[in-house]
Design a protein around this ligand. Structure first.
Ligand SMILES: Cc1ncc(COP(=O)(O)O)c(C=O)c1O
Length: 378
């Protein structure tokens, strides 16, 4: 082949490959293979233990050669992977947490999944992983929840927890960004998360996130690194860590798997997201919107543990709570910082959180109009 014809061929071929790559994402067909027999009888609605039981089906999609190649909803089953699979060694792995609810008529609805998709793609970008297109994340999720709709529990405060995740699956132990990925969605019925108000230890020895790091992502490593400090504080009788910044160990960031709010006087204050150290919670955003609608002043700004301690001493620390998909809104009973124990007033005296929690819950269970367009019908 003459040199001119060779280059002409590449020139002609390239737009074509782009076209086929585009086609393979935008028209991705999701194959469906259903279970022969449902395991739904194993679900005891009166005793749901978080993360113990998984629904009948899962979605698995494969990414290779720069495109999502296949997607299938199939019976929940173990994966078979080489021990050399890259994410097992280097942690190129990200995940999301979403929930589906049933309205009073029994229609399934998913809470703000577009926000989780956007956050997943922010995590993917930082972790050198491919974007998950809407055709896969949203359409796949809808189909999966539709098929497993009977797994959405209807007992009070119950929901179906949805775990989308992506892992790098090159069979290669060399350290390099992977080229093959799996995107998977599994789901698991969930009851109320924390039975009692939580006890929090303010951590100023270990650090969760630094500027320039991955604190704003839901990368697996953020959670792996928290296990040892969490184990230590559990031995001391606390439930969760409130992380402080990595430079001065002074400004509070977030709790285990929740964003953090305090009510000082009549203002709600939550750490801002200006840096890249705090996960942008979907519940946090919803809570801020609902509080502002109620006329509560919400300040998104840096807040130091000293400011919280001063407010406590002055009798102005009125409420404190965490917000997150798993726990929804979790009231805090106590905050311990060094040898200072800050005990919050009895929850019956709280003016903000109780109403807020009910307001959010009513939207999720379709008991009030969804004026924010947060609920996606399946
Ligand atoms: C570290 C961290 N912060 C905050 C949150 C709360 O985020 P969301 O409300 O989107 O669940 C989570 C849970 O997803 C989390 O893992």
């Amino acid at each position: 082949m003459g040199i001119f014809r060779f280059f002409a061929k590449i020139y002609l071929f390239y737009p074509l490959t782009d076209f086929f790559l585009f086609m393979s994402v935008s028209t991705l067909d999701i194959k469906v293979t259903k279970v022969a027999k449902s395991r739904i009888a194993e679900l005891d609605q009166s005793n749901i233990q978080f993360g113990k039981l998984y629904s009948d089906h899962m979605l698995v999609a494969e990414y290779e050669d720069g495109a999502w190649k296949s997607a299938e909803i199939k019976p929940f089953e173990n994966l078979s992977l080489s021990p050399a699979t890259t994410f097992m060694h280097y942690g190129q792995a990200i995940f999301e947490g979403v929930k589906a609810y049933k309205d009073p008529e029994g229609n399934p609805m998913i809470f703000r999944p577009y926000d989780n998709m956007k956050r997943m793609n922010r995590s993917a970008h930082r972790m050198a992983m491919p974007d998950v297109p809407e055709e896969l994340f949203i359409d796949g999720l809808r189909q999966l929840i539709d098929i497993d709709r009977d797994w959405i529990p209807t007992a009070p405060d119950s929901s179906l927890y949805i775990r989308p995740f992506m892992i790098a699956v090159d069979e290669f132990v060399g350290v390099k960004p992977a080229e093959k990925f799996l995107f998977i969605i599994i789901t698991s019925p969930a009851g109320p998360y924390y039975a009692n108000p939580v006890s929090i230890f303010v951590q100023d020895q270990y650090v969760r996130a630094f500027p320039g790091g991955i604190g704003f992502t839901k990368a697996a490593g953020n959670y792996g690194m928290s296990m040892y400090p969490t184990m230590q504080i559990r031995k001391m009788g606390y439930d969760q860590i409130l992380w402080t910044d990595g430079f001065e160990h002074k400004y509070v960031q977030e709790i285990g798997t929740m964003n953090f709010f305090v009510v000082i006087g009549d203002k709600a204050i939550t750490p801002d997201l200006k840096g890249d150290t705090i996960l942008e919670g979907v519940t946090r955003d919803s809570v801020i919107a609902l509080l502002r609608e109620k006329g509560v002043t919400v300040e998104e700004r840096q807040i130091s543990i000293d400011e919280i301690a001063e407010a406590y001493k002055a009798g102005q620390l009125k409420e404190a709570f965490g917000t997150g998909t798993a726990a929804s809104i979790a009231p805090i009973a106590k905050l311990t910082y060094h040898d200072m124990l800050m005990e919050l007033p009895p929850m019956t005296e709280w003016k903000i959180m109780n109403e807020l929690k009910k307001g959010l819950s009513d939207i999720r269970y379709g008991l009030v109009a969804d004026t924010h367009d947060w609920m996606l019908k399946v």
